[in-house]
Design a protein around this ligand. Structure first.
Ligand code: NAP
Length: 222
């Protein structure tokens, strides 16, 4: 999996480990509670492919690939630094495709499952979110193409689109989901009966704060 050293990815890694998976990580910073070496900065998408192949060289079977790493790349179009756009495109989109390409032979051999971490941002674009929203929107096409191309090869794909998550350890907001809860949904998605696949899952916090504009008035803000 990618992006496993902190935030939601750390919780997913810990949950999958508790479920009995042996988790190998493609991170640029090590996990303090985990022994995997640092293998890749995903901005280097060629290195992401090579690192995936290197990790898989001593893995007996690949049952699951979780693509979780993200960079937000926030900034309005008028001012967006091209380097920020390029980084978001590389980490959030191209690296995911390259890692999948590197992993597909092993996934086919094992009848494996790909989980792509999407976001509400993919279909609810917002001001200042061009790079994040556009790359997450593109992930829906990646997921759909994989569903169409790889089910005949025995590989399942799920796009998980969460809303707000408490990904920082010092965030105690009641209107966001805990990383452990999101991880439990990943666990649930990958334990779906073998003759089914949850192609796309949309996930929201159970509690909602009062939005600044509601009802008909909200339509004046889109
Ligand atoms: N948080 C939310 O509210 C929310 C809502 C909807 C969807 N999501 C999605 O859920 C997933 C996890 O989100 P999160 O908020 O938990 O993420 P996060 O806390 O921001 O962590 C991002 C992860 O991606 C890694 N990463 C970033 N750039 C990288 C690079 N160049 N190379 C390798 N790894 C890199 C980070 O590693 P480093 O420590 O090395 O930076 C970290 O492990 C993402 O796909 C996100 O889009 C999150």
């Amino acid at each position: 999996m990618t992006g496993a050293n902190r935030g939601t990815g750390r919780a997913i890694r810990q949950r999958l480990t508790a479920d009995g998976f042996t988790v190998r990580c493609l991170n640029r910073h090590s996990c303090e509670d985990h022994t995997d070496r640092i293998v890749a900065d995903l901005t280097d998408t060629r290195a992401a492919f090579d690192a995936t192949r290197a990790v898989l060289a001593d893995v007996p079977a690949l049952d699951l690939l979780v693509l979780n790493a993200v960079t937000r790349g926030l900034g309005r179009v008028a001012e967006l630094d091209p380097a920020v756009w390029d980084e978001a495109l590389a980490v959030n989109l191209t690296a995911n495709v390259r890692v999948v390409q590197a992993a597909l032979p092993a996934l086919r051999a094992a009848g494996g499952h790909i989980v792509l971490m999407g976001s509400h941002a993919g279909d609810r674009p917002f001001e200042g979110g061009l790079a994040y929203c556009a790359t997450k929107a593109a992930l829906r096409s990646v997921a759909e193409v994989l569903l169409m191309e790889e089910r005949p090869n025995g590989v399942r794909t799920t796009l998980l689109n969460p809303g707000a998550i408490r990904n920082f350890d010092d965030d105690f907001s009641e209107n966001k989901m805990s990383v452990e809860s999101v991880a439990s949904v990943v666990s649930w998605v990958v334990s779906a009966p073998a003759d089914t696949v949850l192609g796309e899952v949309e996930l929201r916090p159970a509690r909602l704060g009062v939005p600044p504009a509601v009802g008909l008035e909200r339509l004046q803000h889109v």
